[in-house]
Design a protein around this ligand. Structure first.
Ligand code: ASP
Length: 351
């Protein structure tokens, strides 16, 4: 082959590969840290490691198979263990996602995240992302350095979910351990097992099996494009504290929340949002000061609905099936719009 022929062959091959790359959907991977980016001292260590150590490009490079599914590029947002997640990072993430999804050349987003608060970030984004395009959160239970690490397959599957046309309009998704869950209902159910993310009663949306993405249902609640919340101008969120009910609850933490300047309190009650009588007195006092009280439950399953008439008369709102930590995020966003109790209850009934 002459030099000219070689050049022509090379340029044909290059054009073909560019055309192929151009045919693949564009997925941006936003990295926040977590165990998926965790590094341990040995391959057998599945605890006692440092989360969020490994940079996003290294994680992507470890799964070259992703390049057959999408054109991916990574962006490091933060490098934290997600138990340290904060409002500033949630707002930064939401704003960046809205910016990216407004671009024609971005088809979907994958977020690598620690599993501890993954469900909170997912639900927050479900309420504030202004697009139908897929947004998929993924994490891992075993650090990247572990034997049988779950991160690489989870990451590949998350990208598969992000490029799948059936993921459009489903709200923010969580893809872990071959299952797809919706942001509203998913929760971490096991401290260490890889099969930790479940929506115990309301159920998963689908599977990723044999590389195929399969859906069976979707949430009926408002989300993303259909949500009324807008964080584009926000730099903080109103303070909302969660109080966990227990035997002997004397209301001292309710008083502390008021003293700390809470604008809202989510009470994780016993049973159907029941409140110890000593704590109840403090919550009534807080409500009279204008603090919004939402009854939720520490039970983990079932809706919190009106129970004793007194709670309704005391203007305590009902948290539906939201976990206390998700009710907190919804109340924070609701309080950015209104302090009207009827309106806030309407929000809890719709989201
Ligand atoms: N502590 C870790 C985190 O949430 C746990 C994990 O990612 O699994 O970042």
């Amino acid at each position: 082959m002459s030099f000219k022929q070689t050049l022509i062959a090379l340029s044909v091959a290059l054009t073909a590969s560019v055309a192929m790359a151009g045919d693949l959907p564009n997925v941006r991977i936003l990295a926040t840290g977590g165990t998926i980016a965790g590094s341990a001292a040995s391959a057998t260590a599945t605890t006692g490691y440092e989360a969020g150590k490994i940079a996003i490009q290294t994680l992507i490079d470890a799964v070259p198979q992703i390049n057959d599914v999408a054109d991916v590029s990574g962006e490091q947002i933060v490098k934290i263990s997600s138990n340290n997640m904060d409002t500033a990072t949630l707002l930064k993430l939401a704003k960046r996602i809205n910016e990216l999804l407004a671009q024609k050349d971005v088809d979907g987003i994958v977020i690598t995240h620690g599993t501890d608060t993954l469900e909170e970030t997912a639900y927050f984004l479900n309420l504030v992302v202004k697009s139908d395009k897929p947004v998929v959160l993924v994490g891992a239970m075993r650090p990247a350095t572990a034997m049988s690490a779950d991160g690489p397959m989870n990451l590949l599957n998350a990208v598969r979910v992000a490029v799948n046309k059936d993921s459009v309009g489903k709200g923010v998704l969580v893809a872990m351990n071959d299952e797809i869950n919706g942001a509203r209902d998913v929760t971490k159910t096991n401290t260490t097992n890889v099969a930790t993310f479940k929506a115990p009663e309301l159920g998963k949306l689908g599977y990723i099996a044999g590389g195929k993405v399969m859906y069976y249902k979707e949430s009926t609640r408002r989300h993303t494009k259909n949500s009324e919340f807008d964080v584009s101008k926000l730099t903080s969120l109103p303070r909302v504290d969660i109080l966990y009910s227990h035997v002997d609850d004397d209301g001292v933490l309710a008083k502390a929340a008021v003293a700390a300047g809470a604008k809202g309190i989510v009470h994780a009650g016993t049973g159907n949002g029941s409140i110890h009588q000593n704590a109840e007195k403090e919550l009534v006092a807080a409500q009279k000061k204008g603090i919004v009280i939402v009854r939720s439950a520490r039970v983990g399953n079932g809706p919190t609905v009106p129970s004793v008439a007194r709670y309704t008369e005391q203007k305590f709102l009902d948290g539906d099936t939201l976990s206390p930590q998700k009710a907190r995020l919804l109340l924070q966003l609701a309080l950015t719009k209104t302090t009207d109790l009827k309106e806030i209850q309407r929000i809890f009934d719709e989201y």
